[in-house]
Design a protein around this ligand. Structure first.
Ligand SMILES: NC(=O)c1ccc[n+]([C@@H]2O[C@H](COP(=O)([O-])OP(=O)(O)OC[C@H]3O[C@@H](n4cnc5c(N)ncnc54)[C@H](O)[C@@H]3O)[C@@H](O)[C@H]2O)c1
Length: 469
């Protein structure tokens, strides 16, 4: 008999994994508590919007079955993946209630099995949770022993919304935390028959895998914040340009070019909470994770810092248009979105704000209530605005046309991703300000004069000339 897989939690990640296993030839039982998800999958439709998901479901030729019955799905299969939400708690920990519910039912399914089974947790959890809190649930419900009758693995997926299926099928590295060698080998075989590439498999203890998952996201966000810190400095230096600096930095193999683009900060359902959780873990272990804390603090402060930099542009009665409300281009998700936070910070500073996003309009409307008016088109947002803030590097904004720009007044455009530099810099009727590039403001010039005069011992008048650079 071929591979038989159950997937508990058919959301953004789980449905893509289930479809990937089924398309590769496995018999798959996908479980969810939401009947709409079950109905969609069984009708051959994607339960969430992800490129390639519906095609993968259709290509699985009837091998993907959706159900609400976890014990039955487990009983029918040899390996079970659990990918249900682990919402962040106020203290930063990942809540385990839904995973625990799922594990109890998986344990009930294990009771009915006569042969070896592997349970794989993919949801993000705090290191130690799987072995300390979840394995005992499986043992109690099944009456069986982990390592003898069944095995447990922790194996996260490194995916980005908008490319979940592709990322899952082509990992850079596979993290495989295993309760015992047999469990890890079974999981590795399952992945090998499914993945499109041949990644390195890093097999390790469950706790090391749980920590590596958090460490990876923490490291990547640190890199993003580093680029944003350099962008801030570039804005204050004569001729400063973050792309020039990070572009050169990225050539160094110790640094690498990825996630090193100055912009407006990171957001979304994963990145922000992983730093907070790592810091929480450190405190619980009576130490600290100051790098994760600084990354998080710096990123959360960006909207206020950004508004502080805009003060001179926000005259009474002016209307600010924020373009880009999703946490990144290509998704409707506004969770922890820098664009949404920036819009609300501008409202708090007293300006009227309108906003636009090609995909996230409806979800942003729900977030804003009546504080921000979400416009139906790019043109409408630009027509209403005196100041435009480009909050995401969404290629949709490249479609700005002459008709979109107001004719009766100067439009100030602050572009945090330098997306429209070629289109708008120097254009009549537009004052274009590129985030991460020198802003040559007089207050800052005075600071630089003081700095250089102090360093050289020259009179301030003697050093001002350099500011024309
Ligand atoms: N989406 C990502 O980018 C991503 C990346 C890495 C890790 N993760 C982690 O994976 C987990 C799931 O994330 P997601 O984005 O797929 O979540 P999601 O909210 O899109 O989907 C979760 C699904 O689980 C279902 N569910 C909830 N409780 C259940 C239960 N007891 N039994 C069966 N189904 C249940 C929900 O109805 C929903 O369909 C989280 O821990 C998340 O941190 C997600």
């Amino acid at each position: 008999m071929g591979l038989r897989v159950s997937v508990i939690g058919m959301g953004k990640l789980g449905s893509c994994m289930a479809a990937a296993f089924a398309r590769a030839g496995a018999e798959v039982f996908g479980v969810d508590v939401d009947p709409d998800v079950i109905a969609a999958v069984n009708a051959g439709r994607a339960p969430v919007a992800e490129p390639g998901l519906e095609a993968a479901i259709l290509a699985s030729a009837g091998r993907l079955h959706a159900t609400t019955d976890t014990p039955e799905a487990v009983a029918q299969t040899d390996i079970t993946f659990v990918i249900v939400p682990t919402p962040s708690e106020p203290n930063g920990a990942f809540g385990l209630d839904l995973v625990a519910d799922a594990f109890r039912l998986v344990g009930r399914g294990l009771r009915a099995r006569s042969s070896y089974h592997v349970v794989v947790l993919t949801s993000t959890v705090l290191p130690g949770s799987t072995r300390a809190a979840l394995v005992p649930l499986l043992e109690a419900e099944s009456g069986k022993r982990c390592g003898r009758d069944f095995g447990v693995c922790y194996s996260p997926a490194f995916i980005a919304l908008g490319s979940v299926l592709r990322d899952f099928l082509n990992p850079d590295v596979v993290l495989l935390g295993e309760s015992d060698e047999r469990a890890g080998t079974r999981l590795e075989e399952c992945y090998r028959t499914t993945f499109e590439n041949e990644p390195p498999y890093r097999r390790m203890s469950i706790e090391n895998a749980e920590l590596t998952k958090l460490a990876l996201n923490t490291f990547v966000t640190m890199k993003i914040s580093f680029a944003n810190m350099i962008a801030d400095l570039c804005e204050r230096l004569p001729g400063g340009d973050v792309d020039v600096v990070t572009g050169a930095l990225g050539f160094d193999r110790r640094v690498g070019p990825h996630y090193l683009r100055g912009g407006l900060g990171y957001g979304g359902p994963c990145f922000p909470r992983d730093n907070v959780a790592l810091a929480y873990l450190a405190r619980a272990l009576e130490t600290s994770a100051p790098v994760a804390e600084a990354t998080d603090r710096f990123n959360r402060a960006l909207p206020e810092r950004t508004v502080e930099r805009l003060r001179g542009l926000l005259h009474p009665g002016c209307v600010v248009a924020v373009l880009g409300l999703a946490y990144k281009p290509g998704t409707p998700v506004v969770e922890e979105s820098p664009g949404v936070d920036l819009a609300l910070a501008v409202v708090a500073a007293g300006a009227r704000v309108v906003a636009y996003d090609p995909l996230a309009g409806p979800s942003a409307r729900a977030e804003f209530g009546d504080r921000v008016q979400v416009m139906a088109s790019l043109g409408e947002a630009l027509h209403a605005a005196d100041v435009v803030l480009i909050a995401t590097p969404d290629p949709a904004f490249l479609r700005v046309t002459d008709e979109d720009l107001p004719k009766d007044r100067e439009l100030v455009v602050v572009d945090y991703w330098r997306l429209l530099a070629e289109r708008l810099a120097g254009r009549p009727g537009v004052r274009y300000i590129a985030g991460g590039r020198s802003m040559d403001d007089p207050l800052n010039a005075a600071r630089l004069v003081r700095l250089w005069a102090a360093a050289t011992g020259l009179e301030p008048e003697a050093v001002t000339g350099v500011l024309a650079v």
